[in-house]
Write a protein that binds this ligand. Structure first.
Ligand SMILES: [Zn+2]
Ligand SMILES: [Zn+2]
Length: 310
């Protein structure tokens, strides 16, 4: 497989993201690979299906619900657990969290965590893949994922996760869960149409709103943490990067907008460090802790809560 490169490799990687030469594209990490990003472009074009499909309250509610649930899966699981290990879980729960995160269509937990760990290691300095300071706003927002060099999961950055075969499988075949979600939503819409024809719900409508629109909005909301959260808001801590705290972004991303706090102390389960810094992901994690699904949420050190300007 190592001979596989170029456009052929790009197509195979739509289905098997680990296929081909791991070093493919490394020589030019800032060049977009147009073939590889066809699924990403189709995801955006799929939103146009709302034109023939129309809308209904159930379809909008499913889209909004999936936004919230999947944003939580990204922030609590892909970010705070897989990237930062900010709490502990059992192995079955770890698999459930990887599955939940995979429904967000932001690739596998290993890929997500590896890139994010690299972001913290180099934040806004050479080696950071998505720094607005170094590469401009749009590259930091979404441009970086179009580069062939950034498609492959660098398992050397996530050895603690890559030792689990079930996580490696989900990471390698990262389109599997999104396709199942899309098919499930279409099926749900068709069943709804059969049971309650007066509702106006159809399979195409549920697919358009529940999968395409919800996923694209979720994607760009997540990306604001790489782009806007290093540009918009206040800096409590004089970190070496440009990270900022923003109420708007914290609401949009269930707590991730307290990004300057997070760069100051990435290992904590909390990102809101003051009582008034609403962090819905933390509240969700506390609820999961109360029912025994997660444990040992890592606290913010008390001295840090008093450090920095208000
Ligand atoms: Zn950052
Ligand atoms: Zn982080």
């Amino acid at each position: 497989m190592s001979a596989l490169s170029g456009a052929g490799a790009a197509v195979v990687r739509w289905f098997d993201s680990w296929a081909g030469d791991p070093a493919d594209g490394a020589a030019d990490p800032f060049r977009p690979d147009l073939v590889r990003v066809v699924p990403f472009a189709l995801l955006h074009l799929g939103c146009l299906l709302v034109i023939p499909a129309g809308w209904s309250l159930p379809a909008i509610a499913v889209a909004a619900g999936l936004y919230l649930v999947r944003m939580f899966a990204i922030t609590a699981f892909y970010h705070r657990y897989f990237s930062h290990r900010a709490f502990e879980v059992s192995r079955p729960m770890r698999l459930l969290m990887a599955l939940a995160g995979a429904t967000a269509v932001q690739r596998g937990a290993l890929w997500w965590a590896a890139h994010h760990r690299r972001h913290h290691r180099h934040a806004d300095r050479e080696g950071d893949l998505h720094s607005p300071r170094l590469h401009g706003f749009w590259w930091a927002h979404a441009g970086w994922i179009t580069s062939r060099a950034h498609f492959r999961t660098d398992v050397s950055l996530v050895p603690d996760l890559a030792k689990y075969p079930e996580l490696r499988f989900l990471d390698r075949f990262d389109t599997l869960v999104p396709l199942l979600l899309a098919a499930g939503l279409f099926g749900l819409g068709e069943a709804w149409a059969a049971l309650d024809p007066a509702s106006g719900v159809t399979g195409l409508q549920m697919l358009a709103w529940g999968f395409f629109v919800s996923t694209v909005v979720l994607f760009h909301a997540t990306c604001t943490i790489n782009s806007l959260a290093h540009r918009l808001g206040r800096r409590r801590f004089a970190t070496a990067d440009d990270s900022r705290n923003s109420w708007i972004l914290a609401l949009l991303t269930l707590g991730e907008g307290w990004h300057n706090n997070h760069h100051r102390y990435p290992g904590a389960a909390a990102q809101g460090f003051r009582w008034w810094e609403l962090d819905l992901t933390l509240l969700g994690l506390r609820a999961l802790e109360a029912v025994g699904l997660v444990r040992d949420l890592r606290p913010v050190p008390e001295a840090l809560r008093r450090e920095g300007a208000a």
